[in-house]
Design a protein around this ligand. Sequence first.
Ligand SMILES: *[C@@H]1O[C@H](CO)[C@@H](O)[C@H](O)[C@H]1NC(C)=O
Ligand SMILES: *[C@@H]1O[C@H](CO)[C@@H](O)[C@H](O)[C@H]1NC(C)=O
Length: 275
Amino acid sequence: MKTLVLLAFLVCANCDPFDEDTFKIFITGSKGKITKKKLTTKKNVGYLDISFSTVEAIEPDSFCALPNLKTLYINGNDHFPKITKQLFQCTPKLFYVTIDAYEKANQELDRDAFTGLKDLNFLRLNDINIGRIGKDMFVGVDLEYLNLVSCKISEIDNDAFSTMSRLKELHLGHNLIKTFKPGTFQNLPKLTELMLNKNKIEEIQWDQWNPLPSLKSLDFGDNPLVVCNITKIKEFFPNIHYCNLADSFSAKQQAAFIEESKKLNLTLRFVDYYR
Ligand SMILES: *[C@@H]1O[C@H](CO)[C@@H](O)[C@H](O)[C@H]1NC(C)=O
Ligand SMILES: *[C@@H]1O[C@H](CO)[C@@H](O)[C@H](O)[C@H]1NC(C)=O
């Protein structure tokens, strides 16, 4: 069996937006088991990238070798082991996490894997079967960026985002969302960008929404959206200047909406990206 290959590089100043003087570890195209011992280095490792590898197992304390880990990528691996909460028991500085599963890999993840990581700022989980977004996933984290694209999400608890008062970008595209529970958007004063493209939303039902004072951009592309009120969009989102309402409205309706939007300093689009 081939063993896991670890490569550590001294980072040039321009390579890493987060750290200028930490080491990086790349595990790419490798096979085998990840252990704490294999990852251990005396260097200050702030960045770990495990991509396009066949990792057969990972010891739960492996990342304890990297107490200064800030940036983690786990992308496109073939049947990566379950990502557990234990994996992050020794990485309190984690700031940026991207886990992009190989589509058919059926990646497993503890719902509470990232709880308590109070420095976590950016979380992207793609092609992982999450199903329901709940507050239980985010206890003790305070994100600015959350991306749960392609996670088979059909349900969002009304308090799922209730602790995320710093959230700026929320990407929920390519899921199975039809409706929102009233209150879902209640505590998001900084939310600037909301991506809901490629879901199942037919109607913007205003009793499901809360005002989003900072929202600038909203995208419903590739939803079967047929009911919308442009004046309400501006009332609920006073700072909005871009909205994509997808391509299910009649030409006549679109023309009426565009006429309305001109008075409101709002750029409307009617674009489906996948049709
Ligand atoms: C759209 O919303 C505005 C503002 O709330 C309201 O006055 C208007 O009647 C609504 N239009 C339709 C067609 O429901
Ligand atoms: C219209 O929106 C733009 C941002 O797209 C903003 O810079 C500008 O001040 C707005 N104009 C008015 C009259 O509100």
